[in-house]
Design a protein around this ligand. Sequence first.
Ligand code: PBG
Length: 323
Amino acid sequence: MTFPTHRPRRLRRTEAIRSLIRETRLTTAGLLYPMFVCPGSGVRAEVSSMPGIFQQSVDKFLEECHEVESLGIPGVMLFGLPEHKDATGSEAFSTSGTVQRAVEAVRKAGLKLVVVTDVCLCEYTDHGHCGVLSGNSVDNDRTLDFLAAAALSHARAGADVVAPSDMMDGRVSAIRRKLDENGFAEVAILSYAAKYCSAFYGPFREAAQSAPQFGDRRSYQMDPANAREALREVALDIEEGADMVMVKPAMPYLDVVRRVRDAFAVPVAAYNVSGEYSMVKAAALNGWIDEHRTVLEILTGIHRAGADVICTYHAKDAARWLR
Ligand code: PBG
């Protein structure tokens, strides 16, 4: 039996009916807002390729954290810019580093925000790669100690969750061990398990001043053509102790989000990255798309694909629109 018995349009007739049967309910409760903290005080510099996103010193960053919390966004993802870069990215694990001070400030202010910190060396190394070098290649095993030290410094500052984004093999277990040995068994790990070597990170590298000074990240970040490999990466990270896993970027990898969601029981996050944000902003500023509708459609799509958590620069706007 088909038409005229079946008329799917009956359930699209009014907003009340549409709302009643809506399959995916996007809420602010699943959003994480990425933020960039820089040295100094009173600094609030807009990232030119990311309108509405700022590099901020700890004082300004803290003001925005109050706003983020009042919008009902549950957490922030922190990236730091160092005073000085060097070969081993030593400010990544310094107790007086920008991220460490930012985390302490959020805790001291008594904010309830979930503080997630990005754990990587690329913002801190003078060569811009995500690990330390041996010759011209990134030395996986030697990098692990540095990453674990960075994660520990974030935990000491009061981070709830550490999020390694470097794509070194074995970093989740190295971080888990280091945290546990130092009494931080309660600090969770959100692993960027399936992080692709993507052109969509372009604006972020301006924001975090983390572009590699030679070569690219293809020898450690994943090939965009591979989805089965993502399942392997996720399986390994969960085995090593990841509490949550992330797929990144989001929009070109929704099939990967779905496959990870179906195959594993841990919470799945998707990172709607800088380039995805900048494209929407640029088109909206030109009057080519309706920003409000576009953003909610994108976030709904990511959630429908299976992401429990969405890390997005649109979080504040989305929170206002979802009220
Ligand atoms: C650092 C890191 C990157 C992003 C998050 N963590 C950049 C990169 O790998 O080059 C990208 C975030 C974004 O584009 O919004 N390893």
